[in-house]
Design a binder for this molecule. Structure first.
Ligand SMILES: [Zn+2]
Length: 584
């Protein structure tokens, strides 16, 4: 008897045999039992997830001699010949090899004739996105008004390439990648039927390598059976896939937890001799770190396919949460750059060294001096600020790298830092006054913008710039607010002063929104009054535009002083057109 590849031998013959895709099966079964049939179905999804298989099963459902059914008998002539690929009324077309419009016309010229044997004449067009534009047009005419006895099943891996006119005439089914657990179970099922000995972890590796495609998994299984001389063992599968044994992965992880560099390098050398794919090793390491992190946070969270749970739980004790996050991030970045390394092994070694070179320090570590933030943030007392300090363990005397909290959509105010004297801040004044003095009344303040202090001790100074993100105003209202400064402020009202050139944009809607926003932010009813007048402090819009101007001037100066540009300008008798320059 001739040998059939597993993917063909175990191709599902009914909906119940299909692996995964429950959402599609349910819909199709219901449509069949209720006899609500569409004339065109489109199956989309990556390779090997069952698009054409579903098409063939559906063809049986429609043509089975027992009647239109969700459970075809599998015994009648129609069912048997469809299974054998010999049913005359199921016309399978590979669009990839028949892209021309003449081909499509040939195919469609028989559409109007009644089916020979079956109830319906079915056109199953695979890789339909490969058709030419004219072919799509030819198909479209038939697809619009097909005869009663015709059904179209289209399958594609690339739905984006289909014209919208085709998409809108089809009932669409998006087939998902099949989960690893389901593929593994299917492999197990097949090997049991075939009486072939196997190891569970070997099947897991095959299922992962198949990346959601059942057909790929079965092809890999065929290959593994041949490679392992009629067995599917872990070692053989690992050598076939270039993957790594779980034991070695755990050892690597343990050495990482203990920061044992020499042990790590022994393992890397062993792996290198087995000619493993280090991209895969890094992937596996990241997967393991993810599982450990997950188990640390949610101890009851386990997935059926996770093996060696005891070892995993043991590893959760050996890593700190911060370490896990850092290692994961470094691994992820390392994976991105791995192909740039002189060799995969070198790249992997550097990733491991980088993991050991840095370690996160907790926020409250007294050894880390707090870096002064460019502009002291005035925020709600309970607002949390993410701060991450990273120091190299061997150079604790060196200044640590401190990443200050980042706020979205704020203008760069770092120039304030240069203007401020580097001394301890003055004690807080409790007088209702702006910070401007008579001598600077006509000029803009050069210290912190628009900070106003109040008599109440509990209230922190309200700084428009700092609270803007938390206010939640957007669009024109936010734009208007950026041209305002706070003039006066008490428990119930906020008086804003709007720049005169923005007066035309002021209306009651903005005031209403600001009433709401400030009331929400301060958690009490607030009435906002907006007056038009020249503010004695810089508005946020002023600061941004001044900042941009400074950058632009600096950019233009640097271009003007560039010796190469000067040489070019002299040689070609040219000049720099200032309007075309912009700061970056
Ligand atoms: Zn049948």
């Amino acid at each position: 008897m001739s040998y059939h590849v597993l993917a063909r031998k175990y191709r599902p013959k009914s909906f119940s045999e299909v692996v995964g895709q429950e959402h599609v099966l349910q819909t199709l079964s219901n449509a069949l039992t209720q006899n609500r049939l569409h004339h065109a179905y489109l199956f989309t999804g990556t390779r090997g997830v069952g698009k054409t298989t579903l098409g063939r099963i559906l063809a049986k459902c429609l043509n089975c001699e027992t009647g239109v059914t969700a459970i075809p008998c599998g015994k009648c002539n129609a069912c048997i010949s469809i299974d054998a690929g010999k049913f005359i009324d199921l016309i399978e077309i590979d669009a990839a090899s028949r892209t021309k419009v003449e081909d499509m016309r040939d195919i469609l010229q028989n559409v109007q004739y009644a089916p020979n044997n079956g109830r319906y004449k079915i056109y199953l067009i695979d890789e339909v996105h490969m058709l030419s534009g004219h072919s799509f047009n030819a198909l479209l005419k038939t697809l619009e008004e097909p005869p009663e006895h015709v059904k179209f099943f289209l399958a594609t891996t690339d739905k984006q390439k289909l014209p919208i006119t085709i998409l809108s005439r089809c009932l669409q089914f998006n087939l998902k990648n099949v989960p690893v657990e389901k593929i593994q179970a299917q492999l197990k099922n097949i090997l049991t039927q075939e009486n072939i000995p196997y190891e569970d972890s070997a099947l897991l590796h095959l299922a992962i390598a198949a990346q959601g495609s059942v057909r790929d998994a079965l092809s890999l299984l065929d290959q593994a059976i041949a490679h392992g001389a009629n067995t599917v063992k872990n070692a053989a599968v690992n050598s076939m896939l270039g993957t790594i044994e779980q034991d070695q992965l755990f050892k690597l992880c343990e050495a990482l937890a203990q920061k044992n560099t020499s042990a790590i390098f022994v393992i890397i050398n062993e792996l290198s001799q087995l000619a493993v794919d280090f991209t895969y090793v890094l992937d596996e390491l990241l997967t393991l770190l993810h599982r450990i992190a997950l188990l640390q946070t949610v101890p009851n969270c386990t997935i059926a396919s996770w093996e060696n749970l005891d070892i995993l739980k043991n590893l959760t004790q050996q890593f700190s949460k911060e370490d896990l996050q850092l290692y994961y991030q470094i691994g992820l970045m390392g994976k991105r750059d791995l192909y740039l390394a002189p060799s995969q092994k070198i790249g992997f070694e550097m990733v491991m060294l980088r993991m050991l070179a840095f370690k996160p320090e907790s926020l409250n570590n007294p050894l880390i001096p707090a870096e002064r933030s460019p502009v002291p943030a005035v925020v709600k007392p309970n607002a949390s600020q993410p701060i991450c300090n990273i120091v190299a363990p061997i150079s604790s005397k060196e200044k640590p790298i401190t990443i200050p909290p980042i706020k979205a959509e704020q203008p760069d105010l770092s120039f304030y830092d240069e203007l401020l004297p580097h001394s301890t801040p003055k004690p807080k004044e409790h007088v209702l006054t702006t910070k401007s003095s008579p001598s600077t009344q006509q000029n803009y303040q050069t210290t912190k913008p628009q900070e106003i202090k109040f008599e109440t001790k509990e209230e922190k100074p309200l700084n428009l710039h700092d609270i803007l993100p938390a206010l939640g105003v957007t669009g024109p209202t936010q734009a208007l607010l950026k041209h305002c400064v706070i003039n006066k402020y008490d428990q119930e009202t906020i008086d804003l002063l709007l720049e005169p050139n923005q007066a035309a944009f002021l209306n009651s809607k903005h005031v209403e929104r600001l009433n709401q926003a400030f009331s929400n932010y301060l958690q009490r009813p607030i009435r906002v009054n907006i007056e038009v007048g020249k503010p004695n402090l810089e508005t946020m819009a002023n600061i941004t535009s001044r900042n941009n101007e400074q950058k632009q001037t600096a950019a233009q100066n640097s271009l003007a002083e560039d010796p190469y540009l000067q040489k070019i300008a002299t040689a070609f008798n040219g000049k720099i057109i200032q309007e075309t320059t912009s700061a970056i």
